[in-house]
Design a binder for this molecule. Structure first.
Ligand SMILES: Nc1ncnc2c1ncn2[C@@H]1O[C@H](COP(=O)(O)OP(=O)(O)OP(=O)(O)O)[C@@H](O)[C@H]1O
Length: 304
């Protein structure tokens, strides 16, 4: 058992190479009990590789990894039963009926959730007797989630969980994940491309770009880490639209007021969003001349 103080996931200097291609270049992560942690990053950044290493499905090249007090490379069945994976399991069980499949998976665990109650939680009670291959995409994904949590995992891995969800299903899913974390203390590691989803759900967000964590923190802290500036827009006295980026928006607005001797037309102050931060990080990586040996850029990002 992990204690409250001990992180559920602790990763130090994780590296991974496929052949001679470095995919993870020294990743550090610390995730605590009951936290919803989002791993964000562009295609090919190394998110799935990281998660597969944490799940114990892939051997790393180097570094230390501790998940629920165990090195995943040595995780046994008892350890595995404490983690939940949301996989596309239904693909292998097309002919099964929904409730039947859930009852079957429940038998794998020592203390499973009640399958009927779980169907209710994920909003699939009406589909209990339906064949899995007759479900809609969103309904299948909810079934994936039900299969992932039927064993009451302490740690839940969600790999792009809401792909294909309509807005209402996405909202219900977010409420469900929040309830698992807040009420039951389940730790959730989520990978997503959806910035709004990360911002809405995550306590902590790590941005992984080219195998390195470029920024990590609460959604509201990330913009500051990227040093992205606020943008002030207004219309000048001659009618020209103006815009300026500044680290001190209130000072700029004060100066505009002073110089205009009165109101400023169409004044708008736009704070950096998570999307600005994300694009800034990804763009900065594109500008690296040699990302493989650019330790300075990494050091700056970590210290920022
Ligand atoms: N089994 C493998 N053998 C060789 N290279 C691989 C293997 N799996 C992944 N890669 C490469 O490693 C890099 C990271 O892949 P990974 O799937 O971890 O990225 P990702 O961040 O999950 O991307 P996406 O958002 O597209 O799912 C990519 O360049 C990919 O081509």
């Amino acid at each position: 058992m992990t204690t409250l103080a001990q992180p559920v996931i602790q990763v130090r200097d994780l590296t991974m190479a496929y052949g001679d291609v470095d995919v993870l270049r020294g990743v550090d992560l610390e995730i605590h009990r009951g936290e919803i942690f989002a791993l964000l990053g562009p295609n090919g950044a190394g998110k799935t590789t990281t998660v597969e290493i944490l799940e114990g499905f892939r051997r790393r090249s180097g570094g230390q990894v501790d998940v629920l007090g165990v090195d995943p490379e040595r995780g046994d069945d008892a350890w595995r039963a404490r983690t939940g994976l949301v996989l596309q399991s239904w693909r292998d069980h097309r002919r099964w009926r929904v409730a039947e499949l859930l009852r079957h998976f429940a038998t794998y665990y020592p203390d499973p959730r009640d399958p009927a109650e779980l169907l209710d939680v994920v909003g699939l009670t009406a589909q209990a007797d339906q064949q899995v291959d007759r479900l809609s995409g969103g309904q299948r994904r909810r079934l994936d989630v039900a299969l992932g949590i039927v064993g009451r995992p302490e740690l839940l891995f969600l790999d792009e969980p809401t792909t294909g969800f309509d807005p209402e299903a996405r909202h219900e899913f977010h409420v469900l994940v929040e309830r698992l974390a807040r009420d039951e203390g389940v730790t959730v590691l989520l990978t997503t491309h959806d910035l709004a989803e990360a911002e809405r759900l995550a306590d902590q967000i790590a941005m992984l770009v080219s195998g390195r964590i470029r920024a990590c923190g609460a959604p509201s802290e990330l913009a500051r880490q990227a040093a992205a500036q606020a943008e002030v827009r207004w219309t000048a006295a001659d009618g020209t639209p103006r815009r300026e980026r500044t680290a001190d928006a209130s000072r700029l607005v004060w100066e505009l007021h002073r110089d205009a001797h009165g109101p400023i037309a169409d004044l708008e102050v736009r704070r950096p969003t998570l999307e600005d931060t994300y694009l800034h990080m990804v763009h900065r990586e594109d500008g690296d001349t040699d990302a493989g040996t650019d330790e300075t850029a990494n050091g700056e990002a970590q210290a920022a």
